[in-house]
Each structure stands twice: as C-alpha cells, then as structure tokens.
Design a protein around this ligand. Sequence first.
Ligand SMILES: Cc1cc2nc3c(=O)[nH]c(=O)nc-3n(C[C@H](O)[C@H](O)[C@H](O)COP(=O)(O)OP(=O)(O)OC[C@H]3O[C@@H](n4cnc5c(N)ncnc54)[C@H](O)[C@@H]3O)c2cc1C
Length: 443
Amino acid sequence: MSELADALRSADGRAVLARGAGRSYGDAALCADGLVVDMTSLEPQVSLDSRSGLLVAAAGTTFGDVLRVSLPQGWVPPVIPGTSAVTLGGAVAADVHGKNHPTAGSFGHHVRWLVLLDAAGTRSVLTPDGTPERFWATTGGLGLTGIVVTVALQLRPITSAGALTRQTSGRDLGHVLGLLDDAFADSAAADAPDPGDAGAARDAGVHAVAWLDGRARGRGIGRGIVQVTRPGGGPTGLRAARAQRARRNCRSLPGPGVVNRASIEAANLGRWLSRRDGRERWTDLRTALLPLDRGDAWPAAFGRAGLLQYQFAVPHQRTDVLRSALLVLQDAGAPPALAVLKKLGPGNAAPLSFPGPGWTLALDLPARWRHLGPLLERLDGIVAGAGGRVYLVKDSRLRPHTVAAMYPELPAWAATRELMDPGRVFASDLGRRLGLVPPVGSR
Ligand SMILES: Cc1cc2nc3c(=O)[nH]c(=O)nc-3n(C[C@H](O)[C@H](O)[C@H](O)COP(=O)(O)OP(=O)(O)OC[C@H]3O[C@@H](n4cnc5c(N)ncnc54)[C@H](O)[C@@H]3O)c2cc1C
C-alpha cells in the first residue's frame, strides 16, 4: 500500500493511471507522459471465505489466480470475461460481462465493496449502498476515478469444475438469435439483476455465445454456431486442477501477419463446415468459458499493426444493426476474422457501463486495413442511431461527440469524477482522446 502512495507522490504533477494486465484492446490502459502504475507487480493477495464465498483480493489479482483458489473450494466468479488474464481492477474499471449477462448481470453487480486510492493517497471504502455515486462511477469508470486497490467479490457456489457444453448451428441470423434466446429462456426474468443491486445470489448457470460466419452472405448472413455451457456436475476427474497452461509472452509476427481476406474466408468456411450439430461434451469450466486462453499467441497472427476489435451493443429489437454491420464490412471487402455475438440483459447503475438489454457483437479486424476508419465511423453512426453503444474499454478510434450520443449519462459521471479527482490527476490516452477527462491540473 505504501508502494502505491510512494508512486503517487513520485508522479510530481504528471497524470496517473492504474494498469492491470493490459488486456484492453485500445488505449484505455495507456497514459502518454504520465505515471502508469502496474497493479500486477504488487504482491497478489487472495482470501476466500469458503462458507460465504466472499473473496477479498488485491486489484492486480487475475481471474486465473482467483479460479486457482476458488474452484477447488467449490466457488466461481459469477461473471468471467473471455480471458483469465484480466485483473479484478480491470474488471471493475470496464464493468466486464461474461456469456451469462442476461441472468448474472455484469461484474459490478457482484462487487460488495472496493477500496479506492485517490490522488492524495487517501483510501476510501466504496459500496453500492453507502457511496452509490462513487461506487458506480468507479465501476465502468475506466480507471479515471482513482486506483482500485482491493475488491470484495461475492462468488457463487458450483458443484464441480466441470461443464456440459452443447453446440447447435443456426442457418441465419434470426435462427442464431432464437437459439440464444432459448438458451436463457429457462432462467426466469425474475432472476435478472435489479439496477444497482450488487451481490445478490442468482442463477448464473447458463452461458451462451455464438460464433458467426463472417463471410456468409445473402439469406445465410449471420449464420453461426451457438455454444451453450452449463457449469457444474459431470463425470469425476473434471477437477479444477487441470494442468495450468503456461503463459507465454506474445510477440506480433513481423510484417502484415497471416490474417488477410483469403485466410479469413478460409478460416470462417472451415469452421462452419466442421460444425457438429447437437454435439454435447463434458469438459472443464476453464476450457468451456475461456477458449482464448488456449491460444495465447493468436493476436500475433494479425502482424505488427495488430488487430482492432469493434464491439457494440444494440437494443433487442434492433437486430437489423447486427445484419448491417456484417453487410457493411463484407461489401467493403473487410470481413471480420472473428465475429462473436452474445445476448445482454438489464444493465446497472454505472453511467459508463457498456451492457444493457439487447445484443452485443464483437468483430475482430486487421488494424492495417486502411479503409477501416471511414467504415467504422459509418457503423458508429448506425449504432448510435439505433440507441446502441461501442464498448469503450476496447476502443481506439471513437470521437468525443459519438461517445456523448452513445453514453447519455456521461455528464453525470463526469460531475462525480470531478468530485472524486478535483486535482484532475487521473487520466488515460482514451480519456483524453474522448474528452472524458479535462487536461491534467487544468483547474
Ligand atoms: C481475449 C480477450 C477476451 C475478452 N473478453 C471479454 C469479455 O468477455 N467481456 C468483457 O467485458 N471484456 C472482455 N475483454 C476485455 C477485458 O475484459 C477488459 O479490457 C479489461 O478491462 C481488461 O482488464 P486488464 O486487467 O487487462 O486491464 P487493463 O487492460 O490493463 O486496463 C483496462 C482499464 O482498467 C483500468 N484499470 C486496471 N486496473 C485498475 C485498477 N486497479 N484501478 C483502477 N483502474 C484500473 C485501466 O486504467 C484501464 O482503463 C476481453 C479482452 C481480451 C483480450
């Protein structure tokens, strides 16, 4: 803790930003000319009350660290993002969601309290009931309200570290959306989290996600494979203790990489042709929910310029926007290398939180494609016009006026942020680019 206070003192007029595992795709965890505090370098501390399932951990603790401790004791985080490398601090700052958002809500719903360090080095305990404005401004607040030091998270019980997965293919977008709806139909609407209600025990049992064939056109546009996962149960032997995969440092391939139009077309077609309808399989929870952990080096395939992920959400009735996004990219010869669709449920009280009732589509694209800029700006307009939004923690290119249209509660958040950081010390490249924060010390 004193390390952090020392770090703050050493900022000496520069902007300050906490950084977790650096798994945000854009510039949310960057702060040019500022002091970036690497939270993963601090001593990891995890304690779990095995009776209540309350986990208290340092913010630099990763989901991987949490699962290592919690699964053998029969507990699991209710919300798990697509990679276990994400830290708890990063999960708070992005208010991350998993593949079970309709029933579990986002990360902030399950945080009981957190400790925040302000620019003066003062620690405060924030809770959803006691300090709602500050708690919810920090949840989804992109690190711009201070440094999250400790997180208390209510885990949910699980009968085993196994999971049953089932694959079904949908012949077009409508069919895929229907399959996702069906996956959550068993979970009564009453299970959905109330806005602002953190930590209530809920059925977070069903996880569903669809991979879309980004190259399918015409009547088959939006066809894909839906994977439904039900954690817990399963034959013996599916223990948490499956070998932990070694984490490698990943370097980009030199040059443009191997992801290009031809390889994208081939990979999408290959995946579609190898689908196994109705296939059920027992596996371990990590394999089912964290498939990208298996191929840590996959971003390298995009080459030196890297990949750009465009993730947006639209209300349930605006499925036309999902179709338009695929069409706009295909027509411009820019099919997504990966297109992942999830269903979202009710949002929460965090002004900058991304999920709300509807659908979210994440599209992976080679960043080196020069014509992406105007294409995605066109999509921004379509998304904003439909009452949708782009996921800020993954952004690297939005403009301030678009963000204001997508996040109407931005002024309320900015007012709370100003109270929490009157010296305007916390900033990021994303925050400056989007006008979320005023210039450092500009008071
Ligand atoms: C393969 C992959 C899959 C993903 N899947 C999902 C998904 O399913 N759902 C989802 O919602 N997101 C997903 N993400 C995005 C990811 O969850 C978020 O970007 C998350 O914020 C990354 O956490 P991090 O620890 O890497 O933080 P960083 O990337 O280092 O930082 C992200 C933001 O959090 C802030 N921050 C980090 N630590 C702290 C702290 N201690 N105090 C205050 N602020 C802090 C930073 O300032 C920054 O604004 C995915 C990302 C990848 C690479």
